[in-house]
Design a protein around this ligand. Structure first.
Ligand code: C2E
Ligand code: CA
Ligand code: CA
Length: 576
C-alpha cells in the first residue's frame, strides 16, 4: 500500500465482511465480487460515507481496489489511493489490473513451489527409504556404503558388511499371508536396528534381504559376536495371527579392505558367504573366504558357460572299448563325454555333469550325447567296420524325463541305427527312487530292442530280489571293488558274489576299471564275462577307435561281420 493515506490506512482496519461498516468499502467490495472496484471521487460516492472522516484526515480523493485471486478465490486486495479526483482512468486501470494479476500469479506460484518442494522431499524420501520398514533402501544403502568406504580409506579404518537373509521366509509368507509376512519384516527390521550400534547402518535390499554396514567393527571375534547377536535378535519368538512364530536368518560377512575394496566386490562376497551359510545348514554366520569364493564363482561361471557349450559345439565324446575276457574281442564301446572348455581345456564329466544335472542342462546335453554316439556308430558301420554295441550313460534327470523315449526313437529313426546295438547304462540309485516307474521306463526301452546295463553295480542298495524285477541285460561291477583285486578279501568276495548273481539271473557281467594283469586274471578265473579299463584302453577319440577296429579288420581279413579280432597286449595308454 502506498500513497498519501498510507499511515492512516495502515492504522485503519479494513474488512471483507459485508456486515461490518469497514467491510463495505472498495476493498471489501473488490474482495467479495472478485472484480476491481474504483471510485474517482470519494466524496461524491455514496457507497463510501462510512470512510469520509478518514479520507478527510488522510487527504485521499479517489481510489481503486483490485482483488488478488488464487485458484479462483480472493485472497487479498491491492489498494491504490490518489489525492486527486479522477485519477483512475482506463489506461491506468489496465496497468494496475496487470499489476494485480502479476501479484496473484506470483502468490499462486509461490504456493506451488512450496508444494513442489514438499513433493520433492517425499519423492526423495521414497527413493531413499523402504516404504515398508522405513529402513534405507537399496539405492541409499549403496550411497551409504560408498561414503563409509571413502571415510575408512581416509583413516585406514575397517568396515564389515553383513548380508542378512531370512531362512524360509517364503514359506511363512505363503502360509500366513502377505500381511503377516510384511508385519514380520517390519519387526525384524526394528530388531536389527536395535541390535546394532548408533553408527551402524541397516538397510533393506528388498524381499527378505537386509544388509548392515559396520564401520570400525573391531576384530574378527567382535564381528562374529555382533553377527550372532543379530541372529539371536531375529530368532526371538513373535506373534503372528495369534501364533508364536520363530524365524531364523543366515548371515554372510565380507570385510573391507581384506575381502574387497569397493562396493561391488564387498556386496558380492558378503552375498556369497551368506549363500554358503545357507548351504551349510542356515541360521548361521559365514565369513567370506577365498576358498568359498573360488568354489561359488567357478560354479557360476561354469553354469553360464555350460549353457553356451552346446551351441558352441564344445562337447566331444571319447569312447572306451569293452573286451570279452574269454576271446579278448571288443564287444562294445562306452561313450564318455568331455567338455573342451576354451579356458580350462578338456574337462572330465565329473566337473560338469553334476551342475548340468542340477540345472537341467543335462537334458539337451544328454540328447546330444545319444545323437552323436549313434551317428558315430553308423559312421563306423558305413566305413565297413563290423558293428559293436554302443553304451551310453543316462543321468537320473534324463531317466525321469518324459520325452526320453521319444527323443531316442527320433534319433534311431534319423540315424538308421539298429536298436539292438544301443545299450543304455542306468545306476541303481536311479531305478531305486521309484521302482515301479523305473520298471515301466526300462520295459519300454527293452521293448524297442535296446539293451540295458546296470552301471556302478554294488554301490547302491538294491536288493537281489529287486534286481530280478528290472529288465536288464548287463551288470557292471563298480570300479571300487576291482581296484584292490585280488589282494582285498572283501572285494574278492563281493566281486565273486556279483558274478554269480549275474550268472543266476542270466545277465552279462562286466568289470569296470581293470588296470592290471592280476585283476584280469582274477576276473577270468571267476568267469566274469567282460572287462573295461585302462589295461586295455583308456577312453579315446573316435579316430583312435577306428584304428583299433581297423587293426581287427587287417588282422583277420576273412572274418564274418559278427566276429572279432583277438587282442593280446594292452593298448598304449592315452591321457584324456
Ligand atoms: P562311468 O559310467 O562309471 O564311466 C567309467 C569311468 O571310469 C570313466 O570316467 C572312465 O574314464 C573311467 N575309467 C575307465 N577305465 C578306468 C580305469 O581303468 N581306471 C580308472 N581309474 N578309471 C577308469 P569318466 O569318463 O571321467 O566318466 C565319469 C562318469 O561320468 C561316468 O562314470 C559316468 O557316470 C559319467 N558320464 C560320462 N559320460 C557321460 C554322459 O555322456 N552322460 C552322463 N549322464 N554321464 C556321463
Ligand atoms: Ca557307465
Ligand atoms: Ca560305471
Amino acid at each position: 500500500m502506498g500513497g498519501p493515506e498510507r499511515e492512516a490506512a495502515v492504522a485503519f482496519r479494513l474488512s471483507v465482511d459485508p456486515d461490518r461498516p469497514e467491510g463495505r468499502g472498495l476493498a471489501g467490495m473488490a474482495f467479495r465480487s472478485r472484480r476491481p472496484c474504483i471510485s474517482n471521487d470519494y466524496f461524491a460516492d455514496a457507497r463510501l460515507t462510512y470512510f469520509y472522516d478518514i479520507f478527510r484526515k488522510g487527504g485521499a480523493r479517489s481510489g481503486a481496489a483490485f482483488p488478488l485471486i488464487k485458484g479462483g478465490k480472493s485472497i487479498g486486495v491491492l489498494i491504490f489511493l490518489s489525492a486527486e479526483v479522477g485519477t483512475f482512468q482506463p489506461d491506468l486501470n489496465a496497468l494496475l489490473q496487470k499489476l494485480a494479476d502479476n501479484v496473484s500469479f506470483a502468490v499462486e506460484n509461490f504456493d506451488r513451489a512450496e508444494e513442489k518442494a514438499k513433493a520433492d522431499e517425499r519423492v526423495k524420501y521414497l527413493a531413499a527409504y523402504d516404504s515398508l520398514t522405513g529402513l534405507p533402501n537399496r539405492s541409499s544403502f549403496s550411497q551409504l556404503l560408498n561414503s563409509t568406504l571413502v571415510a575408512a580409506r581416509r583413516c585406514r579404518g575397517k568396515v564389515a558388511l553383513f548380508f542378512i537373509d531370512l531362512d524360509r521366509f517364503k514359506i511363512i509368507n505363503d502360509t500366513l499371508g502377505h500381511a503377516e509376512g510384511d508385519a514380520l519384516l517390519v519387526e525384524i527390521a526394528s530388531r536389527l536396528r536395535q541390535a546394532l550400534r548408533e553408527q551402524d547402518v541397516v538397510a533393506r535390499l528388498g524381499g527378505d534381504e537386509f544388509v548392515a554396514i559396520l564401520p570400525e567393527p573391531g576384530r574378527k571375534a567382535d564381528i562374529n559376536r555382533m553377527a550372532h547377536k543379530l541372529l539371536s535378535a531375529v530368532m526371538k519368538p513373535m506373534l503372528l495371527k495369534g501364533q508364536e512364530c520363530r524365524v531364523t536368518a543366515s548371515i554372510g560377512v565380507a570385510l573391507y579392505p581384506d575381502d574387497g575394496r569397493d562396493e561391488q566386490s564387498l556386496v558380492k562376497r558378503a552375498d556369497l558367504a551368506m549363500y554358503l551359510a545357507k548351504e551349510e545348514g542356515k541360521n548361521d554366520v559365514r565369513f567370506f573366504s577365498k576358498r568359498a569364493n573360488t568354489q561359488s564363482i567357478e560354479r557360476l561361471v561354469m553354469e553360464s558357460n555350460l549353457r553356451k557349450a552346446l551351441e558352441r559345439n564344445e562337447f566331444t565324446l571319447h569312447y572306451q572299448p569293452k573286451i570279452n575276457l574269454r576271446t579278448s574281442q571288443i564287444t562294445g564301446i562306452e561313450a564318455l563325454i568331455r567338455w573342451g572348455q576354451p579356458d580350462l581345456g578338456l574337462l572330465p564329466p565329473a566337473q560338469f555333469i553334476p551342475v548340468s544335472e542340477e540345472t537341467g542342462l543335462i537334458i539337451p546335453i544328454g540328447k546330444w550325447v545319444i545323437k552323436t554316439a549313434c551317428e558315430q556308430h553308423m559312421s563306423w558301420r558305413n566305413e565297413g567296420f563290423p558293428p559293436v554295441r554302443m553304451a551310453i550313460n543316462l543321468s537320473p534327470r534324463q531317466f525321469q524325463y518324459e520325452l526320453l523315449l521319444q527323443d531316442i526313437d527320433e534319433i534311431l529313426t534319423r540315424t538308421g541305427m539298429d536298436p539292438e546295438f544301443l545299450e543304455l547304462e542306468v545306476t541303481e540309485t536311479m531305478v531305486m527312487q521309484n521302482v515301479d516307474q523305473a520298471i515301466k521306463v526300462l520295459s519300454a526301452i527293452k521293448r524297442r530292442g535296446i539293451h540295458i546295463a546296470m552301471d556302478d553295480f554294488g554301490t547302491g542298495y538294491s536288493s537281489m530280489s529287486l534286481i530280478k524285477r528290472f529288465p536288464i541285460d548287463t551288470l557292471k561291477i563298480d570300479r571300487a571293488f576291482i581296484r584292490q583285486l585280488p589282494q582285498d578279501k572283501e572285494d574278492r568276495a563281493i566281486t565273486d558274489a556279483i558274478i554269480n548273481l549275474g550268472r543266476a539271473l542270466g545277465l552279462r557281467v562286466v568289470a569296470e576299471g581293470v588296470e592290471n594283469d592280476e585283476q584280469e586274471v582274477f576276473l577270468r578265473d571267476h568267469a566274469c564275462d567282460e572287462m573295461q579299463g585302462y589295461l586295455f584302453s583308456r577312453p579315446i577319440p573316435p579316430e583312435e577307435i577306428s584304428v583299433l577296429l581297423g587293426q581287427r579288420a587287417i588282422a583277420s581279413p576273412n572274418l564274418q561281420p559278427e566276429a572279432c579280432v583277438h587282442f593280446t597286449g594292452p593298448m598304449t595308454e592315452k591321457r584324456v
